[in-house]
Write a protein that binds this ligand. Sequence first.
Ligand code: GUN
Ligand code: FE
Length: 452
Amino acid sequence: MTPDAAIAPDEAMPAVTRYRATIMQTPTRHKLEVRTNAVIEVDASGTIAAISTDDHRPVDHDYSNAVLLPGLVDTHIHAPQWPQLGTGLDLPLETWLFEYTFPIESQLTDPLVAARVWPSMVSTLLAHGTTTAVYYATVDVETTTMLAATCAELGQRGFVGRVAMDHPIHTPIWYRDDDPSVAISRSAESIRQIQSLDSELVRPIVTPRFIPACTNETLAGLGQLAQETGVLVQTHCSESDWEHHHVIDRFSMTDTSALDGFGLLQAGTVLAHGDHLDGDDFSLIAARGAGVAHCPLSNSYFANAVFPARRALDAGVKVGLGTDIAGGAEPGLLRQAAHAVTVSQMLEDGVDASLPADTRGVADSRLSIVEAFYLATVGGAGLLNLNVGLMEVGRPFDAFVVDTNRTNSALQVWADVDDDARIFEKVVRLATPSDIRDVFVHGRRVSGSERA
Ligand code: GUN
Ligand code: FE
């Protein structure tokens, strides 16, 4: 045996980092799993190597009084709407796009503007615990690749889509692809550029904005592109009365069936909003293995209806949560989990008190806080076919640490009052970035007090 071979096993032994915290996560739709005083071991590749409970060995990072949660998966964000966040919620979707949104998005095709906006957005989202994000970028290839590079550099897992939109009526001449061949070739070029970044964190995603914004040729070409490249697809689907009926008028069928006809409804296709989907749509989406990005706050402004998340889940549809920045005016996905519960109760109860209580709402619509967090983690990861959303041996360590007793924070645990279920509920409803101490993606600390 040569001396080199003799030392090889030691060198090959991965360095392990140990963290102590109380783990809270939702392995299944109705189950909150709590592991008090757990020690989680992460190897040099960022993979979880071991988890033990009630373990009192010394650790590298002691989060004894904090809660460790799996990283959040935001399945729907419009990156070039970041500067618009918090504004412009007074118009219906079709006018909001032309009045506010396309103008701001077109500014983000300038690399100088993008170079300032993308890092601000990605680092802020990481500070909220969003370890995976599914982005619509701009129509421009260069600034789209810049967004993917920003995710890779700052350490966020991302799907980044160049937005294809070429319809001569439903897009403005100053923010569109000139024709279907441009729409398709730019989308193909964007896939190549993002893949050539060679980042294990970032992937391209085929992104026809929505059916109204695209010609038939572009929809068909992008369906083919997705099938040829094996890249996932995202688009908006049955979002509002206007959008839903536009598609029925144009194709005599719903968005779901039309997208399927264009080859765009595949395993992992992320359909944003979906408020107007019916049972037949749900059956087709479930059969294809596609799913819905549920964006409860945005839907309250733009979708004219509440997405029936519980019905969708019961029909076997994959469901994740999305902020829909800037249609949704809050950056954090924990808030969306809370909103998902709120709007589900409004759907169940109904909203018009002049109607009799027993006909006002839709029975059996409520989501629990556990289900909502499941959507924000395991649900989104499952939709994207990613091995995250849960801390388990063999999965990447994507997680965030929440303090539960910061001065001046509304998030306070009272030992004589709060059990585990209440602590979890408080974390989901009340934690803000000031309560989030550290954030990890694939084992790398990407945000927080001890940022590497
Ligand atoms: N449909 C097409 N584009 C958009 C968008 O930017 N936001 C939302 N919410 N819906 C859309
Ligand atoms: Fe959207």
